[in-house]
Design a protein. Structure first.
Length: 376
């Protein structure tokens, strides 16, 4: 047992046991060639996240630290000013960009990023400022995962969403030090829940536990790279990277332990098993991928432009370079389809625009913003 491990409180045991149902086997994926993607913007440097502020202005974060403007469909040369300094090292950099739900009135913009900490280390942070016409002003950190400071430069997580009740969710990876994910005294390997101003909600599951971090909503995660709200329940769902196999889709529930590295369908990169596939007290994924696809940005499809896809989960794939679609019946994954495999491009983010089209970001030094044309 890791010296940093602390057991969750007994009050959560019933919740943990309830979270054990999930996928019994991966689906057999089908490849489809009836989809095309049209470049909208080119010349991006490793884009990471896309935010639609209005019909006329979108923002794209680049991992190196620049926040780029797309105005009336054209990429502006000058990046947004006032963006915080980021640690663009390894997998670190500028991550998600998210407008506040009331952005049209308050102009508040959230950024997650790798922030310098300790002696040459970095950690995951989220902050907000006020954005107008290419300038971000009064940017302040709302939360910094101090306990997840390390010099490993990987597994930052960094996805953010704000739900209909105004709660901000932030993913933090295990930082490449897997025991962190089972230590509730450490922010690593967790999904955090905050008020939109960074305060800790009093009904978070570990509030009152002196040995736990009160921001934690769920734990036992490896490196969540996609995060989206279910269109019916409003709950956050995520996808996350496994090691060699064992990438997952999970419904994120309060006080639930998702098992990494005690349970996983993945293996060590050099071959041996890591843990068990199932164990009482640890939640099973709703869906998993073996071999790994390296899932990234994630969205639920609600647009009328793709009527046969409504309610399905779309994820980008970095390693297996495709657009991944999983259909669910409730919480049961029933079909997996793969598109755009012939392009051979790493897909970092997937978003649904105000025009109903789906948009993709390609992860490359000459990255693109692509519009997904409805399937024939």
């Amino acid at each position: 047992m890791s010296p940093r491990f602390r057991s969750p409180s007994l009050a959560l045991s019933a919740v943990l046991m309830a979270g054990c149902a999930g996928a019994d086997a991966p689906l057999t994926p089908e490849e489809r060639d009836n989809l095309s993607a049209t470049p909208v913007v080119e010349g991006l440097d490793q884009p990471w996240s896309l935010a639609m502020l209005s019909d006329s202005e979108w923002l794209i974060s680049e991992r190196g630290g620049a926040l780029r403007r797309v105005v009336q469909g054209q990429l502006r040369d000058t990046p947004v000013s006032g963006v915080p300094a980021v640690v663009a090292k390894g997998q670190g950099g500028l991550f998600d960009v998210l407008p506040h739900p009331d952005f049209a009135d308050n102009h508040q913009l959230y950024l997650s990023y790798a922030k310098a900490c300790g002696d040459g280390g970095a950690t995951t942070a989220v902050g907000r400022g006020v954005y107008r016409d290419g300038e971000l002003v009064d940017f302040q950190d709302l939360f910094v995962a101090e306990s997840a400071c390390t010099d490993t430069a990987k597994h930052f997580g960094g996805r953010i969403v704000i739900d209909d009740d105004g709660y901000l969710f932030l993913t933090v990876g295990d930082r490449g030090e897997r025991d962190r994910a089972q230590d509730t005294g450490d922010h690593g390997g967790s999904v955090l829940r905050l008020h939109d101003d960074g305060r800790v909600p009093e009904d978070n599951p570990l509030v009152g536990d002196a040995n736990a971090q009160p921001e934690i909503w769920s734990w036992g995660h490896r490196n969540p790279q996609g995060l989206a709200l279910h269109p019916d329940s409003g709950e956050p769902w995520l996808n996350e990277h496994g090691p060699r196999g064992g990438d997952e889709i999970n419904r994120v529930e309060a006080g639930v332990n998702y098992g990494w590295p005690v349970i996983t369908y993945g293996r060590e990169y050099y071959g041996p098993s890591i843990g068990q596939e199932k164990k009482d007290g640890y939640a099973q994924p709703l869906h998993y991928w073996t071999p790994s696809i390296a899932p990234s940005g994630m969205v639920f499809v609600t647009s009328q432009r793709y009527p046969d896809w409504r309610g399905d989960v779309l994820s980008g794939a970095l390693k297996l370079t495709h657009l991944n679609r999983v259909r669910f019946d409730g919480t049961e994954a029933v079909e997996e389809l793969r598109y755009l495999t012939d392009r051979g491009e790493r897909l970092r983010d997937v978003r649904q625009g105000p025009d109903g089209y789906l948009y993709l970001l390609t992860d490359a030094p000459d990255g693109k913003l692509l519009r997904v044309e409805p399937p024939s």
